[in-house]
Write a protein that binds this ligand. Structure first.
Ligand code: SF4
Length: 206
């Protein structure tokens, strides 16, 4: 098989992620530690066969590189650049390459453990409270919707000081996220515009 730069990266990545998954105890027992790669299989078809693939976006900066997350039994076993992504074409910078460590960190023995600082549930701090409490998603979404509507209804201005049509609410602001993809950002933009929200920004100014 002719080894191109891309083939080489794929094969190297498969070998590294395969042995890493085995180390983490995520690989099925019958799987060999080193993956067997059939040289006749096109490189695009080489995947971690036992893992599900989730396509996502790197959350770190505004470039929004495409990422493939390999998941086994609900746990991430490998992360790599998405070769089909139109912008990054499979590449990730050093921060993107380290995304795995947003999920895993290492204990005092050097073993990979789930990062305990990773938030997985919404937190709520009531007015004047000093502590955050865990709440469930249904409550959080309901509460956000209720309070957003209340503020919008109270402060929505149909006209400005000169009597001209304004249809805006200056009492609300929206901050986007680099963790969101194009489609999600499109919906967010529609949402804020439909609510007359004019104060909107994004950590990466997207
Ligand atoms: S991989 Fe690097 S350049 Fe791409 S979005 Fe992530 S941090 Fe930005």
């Amino acid at each position: 098989m002719k080894i191109s730069r891309r083939n080489f990266l794929w094969l190297s990545g498969a070998a590294i992620t395969g042995s890493l998954a085995a180390k983490l105890g995520c690989a099925p027992p019958e799987e060999p530690e080193e993956p067997v790669v059939d040289p006749d299989v096109p490189v695009e078809e080489i995947v971690l066969e036992y893992a599900e693939t989730s396509i996502t976006t790197c959350p770190v900066c505004g470039v929004g590189c495409g990422v493939l997350c390999y998941v086994e039994n609900g746990q991430i076993v490998a992360i790599e650049g998405d070769p089909d992504h139109p912008i990054s074409e499979g590449t990730l910078c050093s921060k993107g390459m380290a995304l795995y460590n947003m999920y895993y960190t290492y204990d005092e023995k050097g073993e990979a453990v789930q990062n305990p600082q990773r938030l997985t549930k919404p937190l709520y701090r009531a007015p004047n409270a000093t502590d955050w409490e865990e709440v469930d998603w249904d409550w959080a979404i309901e509460e956000i919707a209720k309070r957003t509507k209340a503020v919008r209804d109270e402060y929505f201005k149909e006209t400005n000081e000169d009597g001209l049509v304004a249809n805006r609410c200056e009492a609300l602001a929206w901050v986007g996220s680099a963790m969101c993809n194009n489609e999600e950002n499109y919906l967010f933009r529609k949402f804020v515009a439909a609510n007359g929200i004019v104060n909107m920004d994004h950590c990466a100014r997207l």
